[in-house]
Design a protein around this ligand. Structure first.
Ligand SMILES: Nc1ncnc2c1ncn2[C@@H]1O[C@H](COP(=O)(O)OP(=O)(O)OP(=O)(O)O)[C@@H](O)[C@H]1O
Ligand SMILES: [Mg+2]
Length: 369
């Protein structure tokens, strides 16, 4: 029992990835977050086992894996880490969600809701009846300005428009998450886009234009955020698995062995490191794609990103950040979801590596419900 009756209840942020399930338990007390617990459940067999069945599962993504396996993984983490909360906030991976910024005329709340539902059809590639829509106003553009004349007040009649962030998730996928959480004995308090969690966890109230590069097991997402909202997000299906596969292929070794070498030697430069050589072209391509996305946005909007953040498990590969930075040709730093979180002192040594992996889960657990 908590000694402080006003102490906010803790929450679980649950990120179901293709490589592992991550859960962070955070408590908010007087505007400050405290990390109570965290756990990572490696879906190891799925990750490197080369049976045809697992290969297919990997290719199609975790949500095509049996739900029971995910439920079991979640329960294992909660049990082993002795997590107390049963209130969950989960994310839907960037690859299976749709988000865009649109401009609409300034209307009353009710009219705007109707107009957006109608407008959304133009942007969302699947039938509207099959998706759950969500939207929020980013800002009002060109609001009618009031200027004081010599002896009167003139209200300019310039029509206002609103900038809206529109998000859509398929109903089928939403239901799947509801079922998973229920079977795991949890109450799903909110389900949100993975990028929204990353923005909350890594950027907080910083309104400057920032890019987040998240390199996971299956995919990479490059998201540009401005004024706290996602502006564009590019996903491509290359991540840690591809890096492992590339090492295995070029050295003619098993996926298990390749994964082990990837973690041990990483991208350290030098003749003796064959790992670096076997994946350099793949990572160069990832850096090239990232650079293209960042510079295209900067040129189109005529601005400069204030920073580029790197997260995701792949950021833990030794010397990856340094290598990626040199190929990207601009500064990129590790994202730190712990900057606004109080955590046990014994974690300081492992923090950088768990931060890369836990960014989404921490951002989820920070959500107000
Ligand atoms: N310490 C480490 N050293 C090297 N690589 C690592 C390390 N930890 C994780 N990885 C790699 O990071 C990848 C997993 O990253 P992450 O946990 O972000 O993926 P995920 O969220 O499960 O996947 P996705 O988001 O693509 O569905 C794997 O390829 C794994 O091999
Ligand atoms: Mg991920």
């Amino acid at each position: 029992m908590s000694l402080n009756p006003f102490r906010a209840k803790s929450k679980l942020g649950i990120d179901i990835g293709t490589s592992s399930i991550k859960i962070a338990e955070l408590e908010k007390d007087g505007g400050r977050f405290t990390l109570l617990n965290y756990g990572i459940f490696e879906l190891k067999n799925v990750r490197t086992d080369s049976t045809a069945e697992n290969q297919m599962a990997r290719d199609r993504g975790i949500l095509k894996l049996p739900d029971e396996e995910i439920v079991w993984g979640i329960q294992e983490i909660i049990k082993k880490a002795d997590m107390k909360s049963r209130d969950a906030v989960a994310s839907i991976p960037a690859v299976s969600t749709f988000g865009t910024v649109i401009e609409m005329p300034y209307l009353s709340g009710e009219d705007l809701a109707k107009a957006i539902a109608f407008e959304a059809k133009k942007y969302i590639p699947i039938p509207i009846k099959d998706v759950v829509l969500d939207w929020s106003i980013i800002e009002v553009l060109n609001p009618g300005q009031i200027t004081a004349g010599k002896d009167r007040i003139v209200k300019e009649q310039k029509p206002s428009t609103v900038e809206i962030f529109l998000a859509a998730v398929s109903r089928e996928e939403t239901q799947k998450y509801l079922n998973i959480m229920k079977s795991a004995g949890l109450t799903l308090r909110a389900l949100e886009l993975e990028n929204a969690a990353l923005i909350r966890g890594l950027i907080g109230n910083d309104l400057s234009p920032i890019a987040i590069v998240n390199i996971g097991g299956r995919s990479t997402s490059i998201t540009i955020v401005n004024k706290g909202y996602e502006r564009i997000s590019h996903n491509y299906e290359i991540g840690g698995f591809e890096i492992t596969k590339s090492i295995a292929r070029s050295l003619s070794i098993s996926l298990e062995k390749a994964d082990e070498l990837k973690m041990k030697f990483g991208m350290k430069e030098g003749d003796e490191n064959v790992i670096n050589e076997s994946v350099a072209s793949l990572i160069d391509m990832m850096a090239f794609e990232t650079r293209k996305t960042l510079t295209n946005y900067e040129e189109a909007k005529n601005l400069t990103l204030s920073k580029v953040l790197l997260v995701g498990g792949v950021a833990n590969i030794p010397y990856f950040l340094e290598y990626f930075k040199s190929k990207l040709g601009r500064d990129i730093v590790a994202g730190n979801p712990f900057s606004r979180v109080v955590y046990p002192q014994e974690l300081s040594a492992v923090l950088p590596s768990i931060g890369n992996t836990l960014s989404v889960a921490i951002g989820l657990a920070m959500r107000e419900i």
